[in-house]
Design a binder for this molecule. Structure first.
Ligand SMILES: Nc1ncnc2c1ncn2[C@@H]1O[C@H](COP(=O)(O)OP(=O)(O)OP(=O)(O)O)[C@@H](O)[C@H]1O
Length: 971
């Protein structure tokens, strides 16, 4: 007989909350005698019968512990609602109908459980696949004896348990079942799903029926235990705390068994053990062990083991969850903050949404230029704008698209600066900026004239070649100004990556468009003047060939559709005017050179340098230093000395540097002087002392010094000027500031009687030039004033301009048949061969002129070309070498101030050479009076300007014999 020992709220705990009407569960929780109320309301509801209510009994409410354990493990009470006639009749002590007697042996249908055993007091849904078994279960439910024996299936190695078990019948099935199982109450059958509630432990004693398997079972009772035993108590406490621990850690079980947890402390020991095992995730064998063990302490220990494992699993689960959570929460936090930031900005009106703002910016740019953007470009822009909207703002692809759009929309599509085709204006500008350079200026004027007639300017490649500092870059700037085009310069010296010219593909990180696209963006017009500097120093290229890329860029045939790798849309560069500069034309790649129009700038002679220095360099430097013209006097003599002794190279860059150096020094002196003047006027007011300014610009005050003494000192300074290290100063009254310095004038005295305010003037003359620029660093190229026998002056061309060089020969050893030629001076192969030819030709001429001489046959000759550290090559020294050898052989020096150049053939013919202008300038610089050029170079010489040709006796020769006559003539 089962009694309701305790109900109250716990009653609700064991109800499957989902299977009872809400009204019942609610009433159970609120009422003091909820069972009666619940049953009443349940009976009045239309809920299908029979329905089982179960309530746990607490041991405390039972009269004794053994009693309660005997009533269904001392834990449960059943109430069959269908059998309660009158709810009022149910009282706490009412005796409820009994289904089974614990001490009886009885027969049940055996229900195989594939996964876990059913523990008393727990629900379990089982899918029954065997129709016969299902029918038997339904029948027993219908007969209001809804019970079966639930037995766990043993694992068969290598077999699919669930699939096979329902195919087994009779003994075979019996063998697969564990002997110990649970008396299961069938609460409902839905389709093939049967809901079971476990009651007591059973053991199969014998088989009664094969199909469905029906077995005779014995009830199993737990072994008696002492509920006050310390060990069992301690074990149970540990189980409880471990269960709580698991539930706290693992949300998986927490939700599942939440309702039990409050009352876990009220469970008796066997129930506690069952509860722990039932909620654990242990495997079926371990669970079966718990089910089979009738020793309560042992069962508790087994459960404790399982629960401890659960704790460990929960810990692992916790760490995994924590790690993942941290990762996700970091990202989420950033995302949230970003979103908040955006929202705040939007709210404050500081910024609209990123994408919207960007799109608006691009649209604005497009609208400014809408009609001029080519259709194919517009299409790409639209596509990219759509793409931008779809991309996540934080993605890398978004940035790529944004940058791409930025470039595409920033280019000056179809925006041309208004070109100025006014020839006379252009001429004025060019003359304003540069002296001379008539070839270049003429070419530019031609270009402008053509542009004026055609109405449009055509893209052309012009190459300015010449030594450094001759103004190639600066004339480029003036041309751009004259044409009213934007100027852009980029140097390709050492450039070896094609990507610099054609851009990187957009797929690369940090990809950029090429130089030309960058140029267009920075100048903002589609027809700029682009100066490509140092094209002769273009690198060899490790990734592609830069020369070919330059070709595509410069060739007017190709550059109308120039394709930059980054932009990926053709750009029209045909309106761009390209100018290149180079020092050595020969180093420019042939296909490029072929398309260029070369204008060479040879370098300047002294006169030209003087004009440039006076009219351009000095003026600009003076202005840059903030010095007024009346404050300086830079004499012609000083300038000439500067050019001849300090700056003898072809260009004027060094000259410019020296002038800058001089003006910096002048500026310092002027500042010192004015400070000295101020103190001087103060001193004159206060102490009436005699003061003067020393030649370094420092004020000197000497008490009781007579004015006469001061004057004397000043005169001494002045007369000492040529030897003194000091710089000359002139102090004048304003009205005489432009007067030429006169020795009779007192130059340092301050005239106190008149206006104390004076203007200082610094003088730079030939005599004090060293004070400004130091001792001459450049000595004359002329080693010999009068060339000795065996020495002849030749003319050479270098990348730095023209220069003179000597060919020296001397006889080392004499003796019959000892004739040989020894060469030194870092000569290249061509020059060595040229020396051999010279020897042969000289031998022939000597034989002709002095038939009795055996000089070349019997002398070991040493030929040297100073300076030995500079490598030299080329055939143009041929005629100089012959002359030198003949001079040595005949012991006759050549004519004074003679220089020559020309390649010689074995038969004595003179072939043309290059660099006529440079060589002429160099010869003039070295004080040469007579020059010998090959006849074929006459045209080149005639084209030179008259000031270059002035004062030179030039001879054009076809045969070496003519040189012989010139060099060794008696007059
Ligand atoms: N004919 C000239 N008239 C006035 N100034 C000149 C003239 N030639 C050169 N200069 C000045 O000389 C300086 C050097 O010129 P620039 O830099 O153009 O030389 P470059 O030929 O380009 O040299 P590099 O080959 O080294 O690049 C500039 O300040 C320029 O103004």
């Amino acid at each position: 007989m089962l009694k309701v020992l305790s109900y109250s709220c716990r009653f609700q705990n064991v109800l499957a909350p989902h299977s009872l009407p809400a009204a019942v569960t609610r009433s159970c929780t609120e009422s003091t005698s909820p069972l009666l109320r619940a049953l009443n309301s349940f009976r009045s509801s239309n809920y299908p019968k029979p329905y089982i209510f179960r309530a746990f009994c607490s041991d405390s409410s039972s009269s004794d512990g053994s009693d309660s354990s005997s009533s269904d493990g001392g834990a449960a009470v059943k109430a069959a609602v269908g059998e309660v006639e009158d709810a009022d009749a149910i009282s706490p002590n009412a005796i409820l109908p009994t289904v089974f007697r614990p001490d009886e042996c009885f027969t049940v249908v055996a229900l195989p459980l594939p996964h876990r055993p059913l523990f008393p007091g727990f629900y379990m849904p089982v899918n029954v696949k065997d129709p016969k078994l299902l029918a038997a279960l339904a029948e027993s439910q219908r007969r209001q004896a809804p019970y079966a024996g639930a037995f766990l299936v043993k694992d068969e190695p290598d077999s699919d348990t669930e699939k096979n078990i329902y195919d087994l019948k009779g003994q075979e099935l019996l063998n697969r079942l564990h002997e110990v199982g649970t008396l299961a109450q069938i609460t409902s059958i839905q389709g093939d799903q049967v809901i079971l509630v476990g009651h007591r432990r059973l053991r199969i004693t014998e088989m009664v029926n094969e199909d469905p398997l029906t077995v005779k079972v014995d009830h199993l009772k737990d072994l008696p235990y002492d509920k006050d035993d310390d060990v069992i108590k301690a074990t149970s406490f540990e189980v409880i705390s471990t269960i709580r621990d698991v539930l706290q850690r693992s949300s998986l079980w927490r939700d599942h068994v939440q309702t039990y947890t409050k009352h876990i402390g009220d469970f008796n020991y066997p129930r506690l053990a069952d509860f722990g095992a039932a909620i654990s995730g242990a495997n079926k064998v371990q669970l079966q062990q718990v089910l089979e063990d009738l020793d309560v302490l042992k069962r508790l220990q087994l459960t404790l083991e399982l629960m401890k494992k659960e704790v460990e699993i929960s810990k692992i689960q916790e760490t995994i969850a924590k790690a993942i959570e941290e990762k996700i929460s970091g990202e989420q936090r950033r995302y949230l903050l970003n979103e908040q930031l955006k929202a705040i900005k939007k709210e404050l009106g500081l910024e609209t949404d990123d994408k919207t703002a960007l799109t608006a910016k691009f649209r604005e740019r497009i609208d400014l230029n809408k009609d001029k953007i080519p259709e194919h470009v517009m299409q790409v822009i639209e596509e990219e704008l759509t793409k931008l909207q779809l991309l996540e703002a934080s993605s890398s692809e978004f940035n790529v698209t944004r940058n791409y759009l930025d470039w595409l929309t920033a280019l000056p599509w179809g925006n041309y600066s208004d070109e100025n085709f006014d020839v006379s204006r252009a001429q004025t500008i060019l003359d304003e900026d540069h002296y001379g350079l008539s070839d270049v200026k003429e070419r530019i004027l031609e270009f402008i004239a053509v542009g004026k007639l055609r109405g449009t300017a055509q893209g052309k490649i012009v190459c300015l070649s010449g030594p450094p500092g001759v103004g190639k870059t600066s004339i480029g700037r003036s041309i751009a100004r004259a044409l009213n085009r934007k100027f852009y310069r980029f140097s390709v010296g050492g450039l070896s990556d094609v990507a610099e010219i054609k851009g990187h593909r957009r797929t690369y990180i940090g990809a950029m468009p090429g130089k030309l696209v960058q140029c267009l963006k920075s100048v903002g017009t589609a027809n700029p003047f682009v100066l490509i500097d140092e094209i002769d120093k273009l690198g060899r290229g490790h990734a592609g060939d830069p020369a070919s890329a330059m070709l595509e860029l410069l060739d007017p045939e190709q550059n109308a559709n120039f394709l930059d790798h980054y932009l990926d849309v053709p750009i029209d560069l045909s309106k761009v005017l390209f100018f290149c500069t180079a020092n050595v034309i020969e180093n420019i790649p042939a296909p490029l050179l072929d398309r260029m129009e070369v204008i060479s700038i040879a370098g300047y002679i002294t006169d030209e340098k003087l004009r440039i220095a006076r009219d351009y360099l000095e003026k600009t430097t003076r202005e840059a230093c903030g010095i007024k013209p009346e404050q300086v006097e830079f004499t012609d003599g000083a300038l000439l000395s500067l050019i001849e002794n300090y700056c003898r190279e072809a260009g004027v860059r060094n000259l410019q540097k020296q002038i800058e150096k001089i003006y910096r020094k002048i500026a310092l002196q002027l500042v010192r002087l004015s400070a000295a003047n101020e103190s001087l006027s103060l001193a004159s007011d206060e102490s009436k002392a005699d003061c003067f300014v020393d030649s370094s610009g420092n004020m000197v005050q000497e008490e009781n010094q007579s004015k006469a003494e001061t004057e004397e000192r000043s005169h001494e300074d002045k007369s000492d000027k040529n030897t003194s290290d000091n710089i000359d100063f002139e102090q004048e009254h304003p009205q005489t500031s432009n007067d030429v310095l006169d020795d009779s004038k007192d130059t340092t005295e301050v005239d106190k009687a008149e206006e104390p305010k004076v203007i200082e003037k610094v003088m730079v003359s030939q005599s004090n030039l060293t004070d400004f620029v130091g001792k001459p660093i450049f000595h004359a190229e002329r080693i010999y004033d009068k060339t000795p026998t065996g020495v002849v002056m030749g003319l050479a061309w270098t990348a730095m301009g023209g220069s003179t060089l000597y060919i020296e020969t001397t006889s080392v050893e004499q003796g019959e048949g000892k004739g040989a030629l020894n060469l030194t001076g870092q000569l290249g192969d061509v020059m060595k061969e040229s020396a051999q030819i010279a020897l042969t030709v000289a031998r022939g001429i000597l034989l002709e002129k002095e038939p009795q001489s055996n000089f070349f046959a019997d002398s070991k000759v040493h030929l040297h070309v100073p300076a030995g550290a500079t490598p030299k090559d080329g055939p143009s020294a041929g005629c100089t070498m012959i002359t030198s050898l003949l001079s040595l052989a005949m012991k006759r020096p050549v004519k004074k101030d003679l220089a020559m150049t020309g390649e010689v053939t074995l038969t004595g013919k003179i072939l043309p050479i290059g660099g006529v202008k440079e060589k002429t300038i160099a010869a003039k610089r070295s004080g040469v009076k007579t020059i010998v050029f090959p006849a074929a170079n006459r045209r080149d010489f005639d084209e030179l300007s008259s000031n270059v040709k002035e004062g030179l006796d030039v001879h054009f020769v076809e045969e070496y014999r003519e040189i012989y006559d010139l060099a060794f003539s008696e007059d």
